[in-house]
Design a protein around this ligand. Structure first.
Ligand SMILES: C[S@@+](CC[C@H](N)C(=O)[O-])C[C@H]1O[C@@H](n2cnc3c(N)ncnc32)[C@H](O)[C@@H]1O
Length: 349
């Protein structure tokens, strides 16, 4: 090389201006102060950190047709988007009982709603499982409207400390209520290969259930532990290494999603809760009371469909949704989390 040529200087890597960690997303976590940033993120089709975008709001509100003075139950408070719409329609008269299993997000949402003027005169928030709807009903009286928006919120998924996402490193926990039950890493450790395989098939229709279950148990047999989301993701990648290159990355992504979903359902006893809730609905709905349920995977939708059909046959419900309602194409393209949503409803006789 000609010594007169300037020596190549390594460019300092641009670190970017966007915060990379959840905690560092300070602007998104203070939506009141950074409205413009939040609007930009939503416009791009993403969900800002610390927020949840409610799905099928118009479809649900049109169906529930809430009247001032009514009594309602929001089974899944989350970020409170649906609750806020319900409260608006109650127009300072009536009462909304809203519950959530997650004490962490529930408190923040309760505070936000209280700050909007929805206090204990119109809103009661409780940290319980929605399968205890009958306990609430014993105090409130029968409900004119009930909504359940199943699954987890964006705030839960995006928080690495909760361990809900394979995309961010964190403890493999996945509990909606971290004070109840055992974290996913303990549960997984206690299962044998067959049980893990069954869980992956039953809770998420995972096509590579056997390969993943065997890799997990092999990992334990080699004296290793799985305590983080990244460790589990690496194991799934290893189990699916045989997949041809052309589809490998996409297949691994889908299997990671399904595996985390299956474990989440197991850890939080989601099917049990939904089953009990569906069984109790006829007792807690007032005459002409309306119920709407948003589900996000086939296992949930099957349970809802079966319960409503059975109730209709027995004359408990006078009308049920003939087909599941899907979010509009516009909503699906602007919010990826809406793509798998199915809404079913029923009206009590
Ligand atoms: C999809 S989010 C609800 C979002 C909410 N509709 C909104 O507009 O912001 C689901 C919420 O339900 C809660 N959840 C899930 N299963 C539950 C159960 N069995 N009992 C009570 N809450 C539950 C989760 O903790 C989560 O906060």
């Amino acid at each position: 090389m000609d010594s007169s040529e300037p020596k190549h200087q390594r460019r300092v890597r641009y670190k970017g201006t966007h915060p990379k960690t959840f905690r560092a997303k300070y602007k998104e976590l203070q939506p009141e102060r950074y409205k413009e940033t939040i609007d930009k993120i939503i416009k791009k089709g993403n969900t800002p950190a610390g927020m949840h975008r409610s799905i099928c709001v118009d479809e649900i509100m049109n169906f529930l047709d809430i009247k001032s003075g009514q009594i309602g139950f929001d089974a899944t408070l989350g970020y409170g988007g649906h609750s806020q719409e319900m409260l608006k329609r109650l127009n300072n008269n009536g009462h909304l009982y809203a519950v959530d299993k997650d004490p962490i997000e529930m408190r923040k949402t309760q505070e936000r709603l209280n700050n909007l003027g929805y206090d204990s005169r119109i809103l009661t928030v409780e940290n319980i499982d929605f399968s205890d709807i009958d306990i609430v009903c014993a105090v409130s009286g029968k409900f004119n409207f009930v909504l359940a928006d199943l699954g987890v919120s964006s705030m839960q998924i995006d928080n690495p400390e909760r361990g809900f996402s394979y995309k961010i490193d964190g403890p493999l926990d996945l509990r909606m209520n971290p004070k109840q039950g055992i974290p996913a890493y303990q549960r997984l450790r206690s299962m044998n290969s067959e049980e893990i395989e069954g869980m992956l098939i039953e809770n998420a229709d995972e096509p590579y259930a056997r390969e993943i279950a065997e890799e997990i148990t092999q990992h334990y047999q080699n004296g290793n532990e799985i305590t983080t989301t990244t460790q589990l993701r690496n194991i799934i990648e290893k189990a699916l290494d045989f997949i041809p290159k052309s589809t490998k990355s996409d297949d691994i992504k889908k299997s990671c999603q399904r595996t985390f979903q299956a474990i989440r359902i197991d850890i939080n006893h989601e099917f049990h809760s939904l089953f009990d809730f569906l069984e109790k609905l006829p007792e807690v709905l007032a005459e002409n009371g309306k119920v709407a349920i948003l589900s996000f995977h086939s296992g949930e939708d099957r349970l809802v469909k079966k319960a409503f059909k059975q109730g209709y046959k027995e004359g408990i419900y006078k009308v049920i949704s003939p087909e599941p309602i899907r979010p509009s194409m516009e909503e699906q393209s602007s919010n990826s989390r809406a793509r798998s949503a199915k809404l079913r409803w029923a009206i009590r006789n």
